[in-house]
Design a protein around this ligand. Structure first.
Ligand code: ADP
Length: 294
């Protein structure tokens, strides 16, 4: 059975004239797929369209045999969606709210519902706080609760939009582990502007900007393709301005008063530059740099 999500020629212009999606085409296989792009790239517009919450002007989306734009009810049955921010009822206990969501999802049999709710609380590591009210939850606990509700219908497609923003490192780690467990056999789309999230989790990714796909594929291959092309140099403030004019400066880091720059070059450059091992952040910043400058 074909479980791919296929997006073809998707375009969307909002009423204020902003073109958020511009002939966007992408094929997403099962596993955790990273959708990486800066703020304003069009990620949320794409996520909302896939989640059947808004209509595109043009293009098609299919999930296996389902036409996502026409068969909204069929999509909703197999979709788990964790939006960027979602309202939680602060005075309700976790278990009670999850049970309520399970009723809304159509799990009418009481015994079955109890068992589904309990197993999801265990899976998301929230069982021991199941009788706590949601206002007492940390950011990470809220996100894990969001995943629990997204998993209620045993979805084939899960969309998580900027899930780790604001989480501390251990909560982020725990959230990553949870996504890895879910990722087997399910399409999980992780929309993020955090390169590290994609590096740690995704075997497939797309870099997007200005409503378009700039690069698509396996992160390691993309990194290998930059071998012998990324240089680094520590420069003064005056040199920094000069370098910006002369080179493709992908990243600038201020470290103890010194500027460390990362440069892309097809040709060998000396001039005090040191060849460095490329990383996924170089792949990302190179794509964004090219799309902003050409
Ligand atoms: P991302 O999730 O990558 O930050 P968005 O899809 O939220 O990107 O936004 C893409 C562009 O569309 C941005 O310029 C944003 O301001 C604009 N935009 C998003 N939603 C709306 C809307 N409802 N009405 C008008 N413009 C919007």
């Amino acid at each position: 059975m074909n479980f791919n999500l296929e997006i073809e020629g998707l375009s969307k212009t909002y009423s204020n004239g902003v073109k958020a999606l511009d002939d966007f085409t992408l094929k997403i296989p099962p596993g955790i797929f990273g959708l990486l792009g800066p703020n304003g790239a069009g990620k949320s517009s794409l996520m909302r369209t896939i989640a059947t919450l808004q209509e595109p002007d043009e293009g098609s989306i299919t999930l296996g045999e389902i036409d996502v734009i026409k068969q909204k009810d069929d999509v909703r049955k197999v979709l788990g969606y964790l939006p960027q921010s979602f309202g939680l009822y602060p005075k309700i206990k976790a278990k009670v709210l999850l049970n309520h969501f399970a009723v809304l999802k159509g799990i009418t049999n009481k015994r079955e519902r109890k068992s589904v709710v309990e197993s999801l609380l265990i899976r998301t590591n929230l069982y021991n706080v199941r009788d706590e009210k949601l206002h007492s939850f940390s950011g990470g606990m809220k996100q894990r609760f969001g995943i629990a509700q997204a998993l209620l219908a045993d979805p084939r497609l899960i969309i998580v939009d900027e899930p780790t923003a604001g989480l501390d490192p251990s909560e982020r780690n725990r959230f990553h582990n949870l996504l890895c467990e879910i990722g087997e056999g399910t399409i999980v789309i992780l929309s993020t502007h955090i390169v590290e999230d994609v590096k740690e989790l995704c075997s497939n990714m797309a870099i997007v900007n200005k409503g378009k796909v700039l690069l698509q594929g396996d992160p390691n291959t993309a990194i290998d393709n930059l071998e012998n092309r990324i240089y680094s140099k520590t420069v003064s403030k005056a040199e920094l301005v000069e370098c910006r004019n002369n080179y493709s400066v992908l990243a600038e880091k201020l470290l103890r008063g010194e500027h460390i720059i990362q440069v892309y070059s097809d040709e060998k450059i000396s001039d005090g530059f040191k060849l460095v091992k490329p990383e996924l952040s170089d792949v990302y910043f190179n794509q964004i740099y090219q799309s902003n400058n050409y």
